[in-house]
Design a protein around this ligand. Structure first.
Ligand code: TYM
Length: 334
């Protein structure tokens, strides 16, 4: 057993905005739990981010920021491979091959594509459409077994599995077919504070709808206090109380308390006390991460050395899969 090859975990986050507690609870926070038992790769997916127009200076800055956050959240760049997608050309190279194994019809059914094309009606580019294929390439390139993501990425993991199976059927076993790791019911689906029927999104133009990982304590509390809640005053989960339900989920993630414990804790108290407590619990967990993050971000040379060393490690693994794929489909090599 000792010598058995470890399984692989892969995940990525787009540097397309300041990360929200949705990104944190749905994905980032779960990354470190795999690092002992799995070989882990966590990527800053800058190539995905340009499917929506980005300001170049901001994209560059955010790439450093997401990498710094990975480390601040407990990921060790000596142990896990923390790197930037555009530094490893094999992602785009495998992406092209997989484009030729993905159907127009199946990409048309992707809900994220439908959503994003509505929001960016003046820029429905081909990259936005083929986005899930690049994501499949990210995952399949490293033969990942497990992909920790939030609920909204489930459909993209399903199409990744379909693409892998299709390729394997034609050419024989080539790709590991990955499983999603989604913590349903606890943080995999954090909703907007302004419109609790919508997911909390880092690109939401309404700043009061999102709590950022890097918001200071007062801002967090203020945003939670402004959260849209439902009529009534009882802290209780119910179908007609999506706003309170969302806050209960967030509170439960930060405190480990169950719904029953939360209901008992706030029995007879109003929404106001509860919302302040949610803000405080959130700030208590994220405060120390922010401190570490600030120190890391100030050391650009260190972050660049991490990028450089880790992209070389990733590229080495990626090349193995890419060569295998090129050989199988009949590309020549000299
Ligand atoms: P992105 O950058 O939109 O989000 C990063 C991660 O955060 C999760 N997430 C949420 N979880 C719970 N509640 C929310 N409100 C919420 N919002 C976002 C996302 O599910 C995601 O896990 N396509 C991916 C990035 C990607 C990727 C990959 C992920 C590219 N290649 C390969 C895994 C494997 C994305 O847009 O994530």
């Amino acid at each position: 057993m000792e010598n058995e090859k470890k399984k692989t975990v892969f995940s990525g986050i787009q540097p397309s905005g300041n990360l929200t507690i949705g990104n944190y609870l749905g994905a980032l926070r779960n990354f470190s739990q795999f690092t002992d038992e799995y070989d882990c790769l966590y990527c800053v997916v800058d190539q995905h981010a340009i499917t929506v127009r980005q300001d170049p200076a901001e994209l560059r800055r955010r790439t450093y920021e997401v990498l710094a956050l990975y480390i601040a959240c407990g990921l060790d760049p000596e142990k896990s491979i923390l790197y930037v997608q555009s530094h490893v050309p094999a992602h785009a190279q495998l992406g092209w091959v997989l484009d030729c194994f993905t159907m127009f019809g199946e990409l048309s059914r992707m809900t994220q594509f439908k959503d994003k094309s509505q929001k960016n009606a003046d820029n429905i580019n081909a990259g936005l459409f083929t986005y899930p294929v690049l994501m499949a390439a990210d995952i399949l390139l490293y033969q990942a077994d497990l992909v920790p993501v939030g609920e909204d990425q489930k459909q993209h993991i399903e199409i990744t599995r379909d693409i892998a199976n299709r390729f394997n059927q034609v050419y024989g076993p080539t790709f590991t077919v990955p499983e999603p790791f989604i913590k349903s019911g606890s943080g995999a689906k954090v909703q907007s504070l302004a419109e609790p029927e919508k997911k909390m999104s880092k690109s939401d133009p309404n700043e009061n709808a999102v709590v950022r990982v890097l918001d200071d304590k007062d801002t967090m509390i203020r945003k939670f206090r402004r959260a849209v809640t439902d009529s009534g005053s009882e802290v209780r989960r119910a179908d007609d109380k999506p706003g309170i339900g969302n806050l209960m989920t967030i509170y439960s993630c930060f405190t480990g308390k169950t719904d029953e414990q939360i209901e008992a804790e706030f029995a007879g108290k109003g929404y106001g006390d509860f919302k302040t407590a949610v803000g405080e619990a959130c700030a208590a967990e994220l405060g120390p991460i922010q401190e570490k993050y600030k120190k890391l971000l100030a050391d650009k040379a260190y972050l660049e050395s991490v990028m450089k060393n880790n992209s070389a490690r990733a590229a080495y693994l990626a090349r193995k899969t890419l060569s295998k794929v090129y050989r199988k489909i009949g590309f020549t090599s000299v």
